[in-house]
Design a protein around this ligand. Sequence first.
Ligand code: T1G
Ligand code: NAD
Length: 679
Amino acid sequence: MQDPVTLTVKNGIATVLIDNPPVNALGHQVRVGLRDAAARIGDDTQIRAAVIMGRSRFSAGADIREFGSDIAGPSHSEVFNQIEGLMKPVVAAIDVTALGGGAELAMACHYRIATPTARIGFPEVKLGILPGAGGTQRLPRLIGAEAALDMMLSGKPITAAKALELGLVDKLSGDADLLAQALRLATEMMNFDSPLPRSSTRDARIKEDRADKELFARIRSRNARAMRHLLAPEAIIRCVEAAVTLPFEEGVRVEKAESGRLMASDQAKALSHVFFAMRQTAKIPDVPAHTPVKPINSVGVIGAGTMGGGIAMNFANVGIPVTMVEVKAEALDRGLSVIIRNYENTAAKGKLTQEQVDRRLSAITGTLAMDDLAHCDLIIEAVFESMEIKEQVFSQLDRIAKPGAVLASNTSFLDIDHIAGFTKRPDDVLGLHFFSPANVMPLLEVVRGEQTSNTVLATAMKLSRQIGKTPVLARVCDGFIANRLMLPYLVNAQEMLVEGTSMEEIDAAMTDYGFAMGPISLLDLVGLDVVTFPGEIKLTEELVKQERRGQKLNGGFYDYDDRRRATPSPAALAVIDDVRQRRGIRGDRRRQPEEIVTGLLYPVINEGAQTLDEGIALRSGDIDVTAILGYNWPDFTGGPMCWADQHGLARIVDGLKKMGHTPAPLLTRLAREGGSFSG
Ligand code: T1G
Ligand code: NAD
């Protein structure tokens, strides 16, 4: 392996290069390399100054793979303190990204120069941890507590220009000659006879912060909503309070204690699981990484309804022309006008220029003639959910589409293999299951038919990234991963209603768990006419008969006022009562919040286990990503399967039995063996 840190000396200046692909994470070998480089800079009298930089990018911070085990020394902070303590000027030359520990390393250097396109950030909060190598102490000293907290609580990187304005970097370079300019800065500074500026000893900014008595109360109240459920943000605030009120070394002690507590927390473990799971989903074991893909330069969309319009926008957004087909002119006009309205709303919020809107709109062509799809590289069908109509469409497509075109269905529940059978090219057919609203939701289920070719799958995975979606591979079954998983959740929530728990209690238990909305509100939002439920639950059907379709029409379980505030609807309560009477249920079974959570989540986990066992999902992490991106499952729980591992599989098996459910064989086996879904 290439040495991950090298040091070369020229004209009295050491250039320290971090070269640890793909992102220059600061793993053990890099820390050892940096420690040795710092020692050499200190000892070697030939060296009068140093530049630290990374190949291809500065650094993405700590190696997240090291989390969860004892991190071998030297620690990040030992290395950073050693660099800061050098008596020769050290310049950080920042290119592309300095994130987390990478940004902390830069702050430990005496000077920072960045390319104009570089970004600097502290994404630790997204991993449920905090900048734990002096970052919470150095950052406020450089840019003030409020700006420091903005960066560390949001986890969002800032541009180099903003960093310059805040005082996080000292200078911007031209894009091409970062090293040359960093060396020039180092030369200037080594001939400059004044004490080196060390972030840890600066105090001008925090003196100002100390005078602002309301500062932390203000930050806490401004972030209260976003911080709810999360451990890391409050810990970060406490560290910055320490930075403002205590000497550096004492602040570091507070940071170390808070960081240790977070690192050991279930939330941090769950969030790093999610980080890696998100990056795993596009990998299909039997489809090698270098499988050739088909070029997709034009897309056809059939159906301009709820889904078709949103699907078309995805491609127009990245400059791929779309032809959208409808059966009737009115439906086409309606579909196109929804697209126009969507883009105009985005432009009105300042997120798109008029020119971008025009360019995107001109990429979409409406037509009533299927023949116009003959040139398309990919055609996605989004017509009514009926096998007869899918048959008409796919047999027609088989005649029209050019050889080699990829043919996809957006069906929610229907059998892709059956649909592929309507063509003479089943290897070119797959499911591309978008989520509503399709232009917004970040998940794409890629459904693999029996005969779908590797090329078509690799093409779909690549295309998904191109349109900014995270793809998850599913095999054919009723509801694939996402809908199959959530069906028990929504069914059991309604069953609880009938048995006697109120809609507010059910929703509150799940928002306390971490969901943005509870299942009953979710049903109202999605629309009561969208899903039909199996079994005896007929609540949504009865409400739809009364023309109550949810938030979009007349309210659903709840009534909504003009500010969308919800109150339980007397009409819905009457329907619930009616169902109780018909089924001979007393309706007096109230549940405590804990029992609501387990009663709703255990069956989802059971279904997830079954989905995994049947090979519908490749990995438990894929199920977690599906739930998080498709259903806003709270990410700090790690998703349903990760949560199950932490919660205890044996407990879940017992709970399911008590509820009268049969635990899935995989779940039972793992619980017995003391195993876990994530392996
Ligand atoms: N550690 C280990 N692996 C990492 C990694 C990291 N920090 N960052 C990325 N990877 C892997 C990733 O899993 C993938 O692997 C490959 O690199 C490419 O990533 C001490 C405690 C830098 C913006 O949170 O945000 O510092 O799938 O597909 O789209 O106080 O990666 O190829 O096998 O995402 O070009 C804080 C996380 C750590 C940064 C590049 N740092 N990384 O995006 O590539 S905590 C982060 C990113 C810390 C200190 C604390 C992005 C990126 P594989 P990718 P990309
Ligand atoms: P929709 O009723 O809103 O739109 C369907 C459109 O297809 C209509 O405008 C109709 O005129 C058009 N159409 C019907 N037959 C046609 C044909 N032969 N040629 C061209 N156009 C035709 O339906 P939708 O909600 O957009 O759903 C479309 C598909 O997407 C369904 O398979 C559905 O299961 C799936 N889906 C829906 C959602 C959702 O939340 N709505 C989510 C994921 C997947």
